[in-house]
Structure formats: C-alpha cells, structure tokens
Design a protein around this ligand. Sequence first.
Ligand code: NI
Length: 155
Amino acid sequence: MALRTILNKSDEALSKVCRPVEKFDQKLWTLLDDMAETLKKANGAGLAASQVGILRRAVVIDVGEGLYELINPEILDSSGTQYGVEGCLSCPGEWGYVTRAQKVKFKAQDRNGNWYEKVVEDLFARCVQHECDHLDGKIFTRLIEEYVDVEEENQ
Ligand code: NI
C-alpha cells in the first residue's frame, strides 16, 4: 500500500464526471488499498478516486463503522434532512453548514464486482452524498449555507 497525493479542489480532476469502474482487478484493489491508507493518514471520513487523480467511480468511507468500499455507487432513495458542518480533504480549511438527506439507501459494488445495498443515516449518509457528488465532479463548497471557522487541530 502507498499513500496517494490528495488533489486540491482547484485541480481540474475534481470537476470531472468520473467513468464507471469496469475491471475488478489488481489495479483496482491497489487503488482501493492506497485510498484507504490515504484516508486514514488524513484522518478523513471519505475519499473519492478523483481526489487522487483517478477518474473512476470508486469511493472509500470510514465513519467509525469500519472501512466501506463503494464501486459505481448509486443513491436509490433518500429521506429527511440533516443540517451540519461538512469539510473535504480537497478543501483544507474550508468548513461550512450543508443540508443533506438524513437517510439514504444506496447500492454499490464491492471490490469483486458484487452488488450490495445498504441503508445509512447521519454522518454515514452525509458522507455517501458528499462522495457521490465527487464522482459527478461536484464539490461540497457549492452547497455551503454558512461558513464556519475551525481551528486546524480540530479538523
Ligand atoms: Ni470531499
């Protein structure tokens, strides 16, 4: 495993619509392993492949419930609203209140290409929405309703 460089939101890769993952091979597994390591090192909740310069629909999420790999994820259903502070590893120092669905049901493939479905709430749901936006080239800052100042050590 190796750390990958997390791109800043100003990098054009962050505004691209990512293509589906088609090959579930060693190259994908290495990418996913590297993304997981990079996410952990950065102390983040989620990371999309585009954030490390790979324009494919792959995401890793860890909100304290273990590592989840979402390949070609699709949100099937969402309900409720949550209003909370959100940040992004590609936007260091930028934090703001964003309204998201409280609960989402999504489907995704695992690293072997098997489809699964999961219903998640709260932070996990926020993270799924944030990361799926990345796959469509959308940065969360466009949704910020109110910016907040957060000290560096609390990020
Ligand atoms: Ni992000």
